[in-house]
Design a protein around this ligand. Sequence first.
Ligand code: ANZ
Ligand code: ZN
Length: 839
Amino acid sequence: MTAVENADEAQRYDPRDIQDKWQARWAEIEPFRASDDPADPRERFYMVDMFPYPSGDLHMGHAEAYAVGDAMARYWFLRGKNVLHPIGWDAFGLPAENAAIRNNTHPVDWTYKNIETQAASFRRYATSFDWSRRLQTCDPEYYHWNQWLFLRFFERGLAYRKGGYVNWCPKDQTVLANEQVIAGRCERCGTEVVRRVLTQWYFKITEYADRLLADAADLEGHWPDRVLTMQRNWIGRSTGAAVDFAIEGRDERVTVFTTRPDTLFGATFFVVAADSALASELCADGQRPDFEAYVEQVRKLTDIERQSTDREKTGVFLGVHAVNPVNGERIPVWAADYVLPDYGTGAIMAVPAHDQRDLDFDRKFGLPVRVVVATDAPDPAATGMATPGDGVLVNSGPLDGLSKADAIARIIEILAGNGLGEAAVNYRLRDWLVSRQRFWGTPIPIIHCPSCGEVPVPEDQLPVVLPDLRGADLQPHGVSPLAAAADWVNVDCPKCGGAALRDTDTMDTFVDSSWYQFRYCSPRYAEGPFRVADTERWAPVDLYVGGVEHAILHLLYARFFTKVLQDMGLLSFGEPFTRLINQGQVINRGKAMSKSLGNGVDLGEQIALYGVDAIRLTMVFASPPQDDIDWADVNPDAMVKFLGRVHRIASDVTAAGSGAGAPAEDGDRELRRITHRVIDEVTRQVEDYHLNVAVARLMELVSATRKAIDSGPGAADPAVREAAEALAVMLSLFAPYTAEECWEALGGPGAGARPAGIPSVARTAWPAADPALLVQETVTCVVQVNGKVRDRLEVSPEITEDELRDLALATQGVARSLAGLEVQRVIVRPPKLVNIVAR
Ligand code: ANZ
Ligand code: ZN
């Protein structure tokens, strides 16, 4: 083949042309079925991509996430593992319902239509899923088990109902978890969130706070540090003491939680959350007519606003006094916004000298300040800056002279001795609010009976299937639309047979995604959420890939579920995901893509322009997986050209007629060394998730192979074939279509290497680097004269000191720069440096 023809061929190769052919082939051979055969000798690898929400077709963000996950799954297939790589849809949720209302369709139709669209796009995107395990959380066969699990939680006291303040979105007409409130607004629609008293279902995740925290230590090094930090902060464990204060005129004591019991002698006032039951109780005599109005005002604020340091603090004096248990001092009791009703005990002892929030409040209302820990910092009363640091206790009776740590220990002893307090731990974590007043979710399987109370739906009546409600009003009106389905709601009490009502709320969709990784192991199992033998065989998940936006909630909930399932005896392990990688986002021109910015990029259009392979390559080559990709900075065209070059190598080798099976050992040694070094490096980089570096190495191999064809031993050399084959296999992680095409052209490395019956590059073997070819045959030695580089030598890594000295002194560069000088000393550091000192 002439050079011109070669150039033509490179231009002619269009990676889009071969997509249909291979897609059909893959559908037929199903290369990615996991084997459930217990006798399968291969090691198992369980790999899960966070499942998508079917909001429409796949978008650029999906394209990145799944390119990364898919490369990893394909890698482990090629390493000969029995890989389980399933896919499903996180199909319930508010957006489906809102879109359905907007587009005048039903959530069922809207959701399943989008799922089909995404499934087709996934197939075209060449994802290596085991399609036989596909699941959808809105299928009754899936949410049946949400309900079953809910009832197990209920039996264990882990699902309970309570009334309390919740975040309420007036537009979506549903409750929101704290984390769904961003800067006081609904995460989804941006409407300002209000606080409302409602009775809701909760999961008692707080009971697992300690284990969630302790087990995070085992994930270190396997999960990104920032995710673990976010989890720890979210759980927010604080240690300190619970201290009991008497309130004048009241029998029961009030307990406060403090992390600084050492500062007890510095408490100059007492604060209760304005919107707590205690505050209204203390105010009951009505001596503060403005109190109710104040509480109303406080209720409008979010927790974040209430705790913000740059908002002016507000409060009202309640007209009563608390008594400090250690010195009998009377201190005024205030109600304020900055103390939260549901953290600690909802009441605090205020120590303005050492706590900035207390000091801000103190200065606004002119209360006293008493320093009890002497530090180097200036006086808080004068500067307005509290001194939280360590120091020596003063003005504190029995604690005087102690350090902070010793004082904490001592005061806890004193309090405990008098029955006035004890050491205490407090968590920021709240129980998980799981009920939603919306249609498109899992119905809560509880029946409310006027005489029996909360009665579980009997197991043989599960699943409680969502009523169809086709044509009914799904618009939110504060109660769940399910309440309108009279036939569905009115039931006989399973206990007493009397008239009763179904619970009309549906579950938070985070329930669905907390255990799907176990359902995949036996997705059609009808006797329980999963078949224990299968879950034990596959789980925990070896590698989990998904967005960092799930760093807190989804992962925390999935970890919580795993621990409960472990306690139920259904799992033998307590963590669902052994390893985690987070991919970044795809942005455009420095900003997240959005309709309003008009910087959206359509995945379908990009694929139509460049083909799947080039888009997948662009995604992994642009950055390490965890970093964002700015689509304005990438160059899919370059990837198309690169694919053309790879394809041309395969065609050249085929055209040169060097049959498969010629021993590679006879091939060009230089190219072989490069090939094996690239294999070795790509292997390591992929295992470390440095996929962008792996692609760069493949590009080097392509250049070296091209050079060997054009100006080296030529396309018929067995080393060129070896390089072309290795390229095809390694490239299949990122550009499956082109890789298959090349592999087919090359005919594979002899029939024996392919597992019989799976004619796909994806199921051949990953190339192995020959250690003998990895040994560097020469190293570069720098030769200096008086510290200046004068020459370079290519030498054996084993060269001796004497040999190296002689070689160095004989170089031209040294000879030239030594003219007229006398050698004083020669410092030899084999094999890389010789320094000649001369005068
Ligand atoms: C007295 C004190 C003195 C405090 C001092 C701190 C420093 P973390 O670390 O977040 O757990 N606190 C307790 N309950 C509260 C509530 N419901 N709303 C607002 N603040 C509350 O914080 C624990 C500290 O936060 C507690 O320790 C308490 O203030 C305050 F020099 O007690 B401290
Ligand atoms: Zn009853």
